[in-house]
Design a protein around this ligand. Structure first.
Ligand code: XMP
Length: 516
């Protein structure tokens, strides 16, 4: 996507790298993440308005630690180093970094010593910041002055105002840093002298134009799952090229209750868009393939393969298409190691491998530069309903991995109904914040109960709800007991085949979010 003004983040492997980029975009400035291995020539060619160096797990004085050429600080472009990035800046420019006598971690009182005209404009003399470091800057590089300190850290921030170089030991991108957003705003907008013209509506408008130019009168095929990314992509393509788009929606019978119909009501013939929409009701096919299969990975594999088969059949009916659209978003790009440094390869991310089962000329990925919440904003901008745009993550294999053991139509019905009640009650509970992901799963356990005068021998539903930032680690949510009790009593009363409800307290690790 064309963006005239950008700030780049150079990634040294810190856990908050995407958050940094996200915060820059919140300042209405376009931002991209690059690995520290990116050559300086490439950085120069981009002529960024500013550069931010992220944190990272290494010690910059150790041999082989990630580094960057000194030239980066001589380009006349403002640079902000965060944590490891700050230490590296000092190290490269002639300061000293050592193992700290006291490790600082968590919310820390920080005293501003320097000018309040630039980086710290609007920040009180005493402010709370988020620290997380073993090493510290024991001596600033020549030309720098100390602009903040804490009780344990003599250099919480340093600056060389003339060259617009700033090093801060703490993490402004983390919300615990009370004035973090202001500090980043000061850097990105004022120090880097950006205009802040990057907005979601301009993204939608520009991308529609770009899609039209690229696609011409060609045909585009999209596998629509009903998830946020593919739905927003479908809406974007629909606005751009209308009937040249065909969406194939495979209902594998493992969706949440009513989900298939909801997708159809938005994208189908009576929906909001004028496109070709093909819904394939393949539930029976999937259940037949999954009959007798209990092993989780085997189930995942069958569900994945069957999807390819169904999609391929539909694609054949359509014939050759010019473009295959994919809902890849920026975190997929970064996590697949193509963008930043924190390489976490997830097998279910659709980056990298081109499907060879559909006859097409080129892949298009119009959402490739967006973060999840930006995708959501674009979705609202495009007029998609909120329930679709704010949908929680739902795994590709769907309820197939929320039913422990063999999957069949009866178990799908049970888990769909229980999950529906759970979601309905959580929505009605008026919680300050909904869990980041929550769902009902079906344990493969049957146990004895009593209903009226009758003895029952039925299934146990497992309720799951987690708090997480990145889904790599998670904690069970603290849902008020009375809410859980209400969910339990409704499920037992309303869902035939269930006589026990359990709440899963397991954190990740050692558990996973899904049960399989
Ligand atoms: P786990 O269970 O791995 O889940 O802790 C972390 C996040 O990933 C989602 N998830 C999947 N998504 N295909 C997907 O598209 C999968 O096979 C899959 N397994 C887990 C899960 O819902 C959670 O958000």
């Amino acid at each position: 996507m064309a963006a005239e003004e950008k700030v780049i983040v150079i990634d040294f492997g810190g856990q908050y790298n995407q958050l940094v980029a996200r915060r820059v975009r919140e300042c209405n400035v376009y931002c991209e993440i690059y690995s520290y291995r990116t050559p300086i020539e490439q950085i120069k060619e981009m002529s960024p308005k500013g550069i931010i160096l992220t944190g990272g797990p290494n010690s910059c004085y150790e041999e082989g630690a990630p580094t960057y050429t000194k030239e980066l600080f001589e380009l006349g472009i403002p640079v902000l180093g965060l944590c490891y990035g700050a230490q590296l800046m000092m190290h490269v420019l002639g300061g000293k970094v050592k193992k700290a006598p006291v490790r600082e971690y968590g919310k820390t009182e920080t005293f501003i010593d320097g000018s309040k005209d630039a980086l710290f404009a609007g920040v009180e003399d005493k402010t709370i910041v988020w620290m997380s470091h073993f090493d510290y800057i024991s001596k600033v590089a020549p030309g720098f002055e100390i602009i903040a300190h804490t009780a344990d850290c003599p250099v919480a921030a340093a600056a060389c105002e003339d060259k617009k170089l700033y090093a801060i030991q703490f993490h402004p991108e983390v919300l615990h840093t009370v004035k973090g957003k202001d500090i980043l705003h000061n850097f990105v907008r004022n120090i880097c002298a950006t205009s802040g013209s990057w907005r979601m509506d301009s993204f939608v408008e520009n991308t529609i134009k770009e899609i039209r130019e690229k696609v011409g009168d060609g045909k585009v095929l999209l596998a629509l799952s009903g998830g946020v990314d593919s739905s927003v992509l479908a809406a974007l393509l629909a606005k751009a090229i209308g009937k040249q788009l065909t969406c194939v929606f495979v209902d594998h019978g493992l969706l949440r209750k009513n989900e298939g119909d909801e997708v159809e009501s938005v994208f189908g013939p009576n929906g909001n868009f004028d496109i070709n929409f093909v819904r394939v009701n393949a539930a029976e096919r999937y259940y037949a393939k999954l009959k007798g299969v209990e092993e989780p990975e085997r189930k995942r594999k069958i569900i994945g393969e069957e999807f390819i088969r169904v999609f391929e059949e539909e694609a054949k009916k359509i014939g050759t298409v010019d473009f295959l659209a994919q809902g890849t978003i920026y975190p997929d790009v970064v996590e697949s190691g193509l963008g930043g440094e924190s390489v976490v390869i997830k097998s279910h991310h659709n980056v990298g491998g081109l499907p060879d089962y559909v006859d097409f000329k080129e892949i298009i990925e119009p959402l490739r530069s967006l973060f999840k919440d930006e995708v959501r904003k674009a979705g609202l901008e495009l007029g998609l309903p909120e329930y679709l745009v704010f949908r929680q993550p739902f795994p590709g294999p769907g309820l197939g991995i929320r039913i422990i053991g063999e999957v069949n139509a009866e178990k799908v019905r049970i888990v769909q109904d229980a999950d529906f009640i759970y979601r309905e009650e959580l929505a009605a509970a008026g919680l300050k914040k909904l869990p980041d992901q929550y769902f009902a799963a079906l344990s493969n356990m049957r146990s004895v109960g009593v209903m009226g005068d009758e003895r029952t021998y039925d299934y146990a539903i497992v309720l799951r709800a987690v708090e997480t930032i990145d889904f790599m680690t998670a904690e069970a949510s603290e849902i008020p007991f009375e809410v859980l009790q209400k969910v339990m009593s409704r499920i037992i009363n309303e869902v035939k085949g269930v006589n026990r409800v359990m709440y899963d307290l397991t954190s990740k690790p050692p558990g996973t979010v899904e049960l399989e």
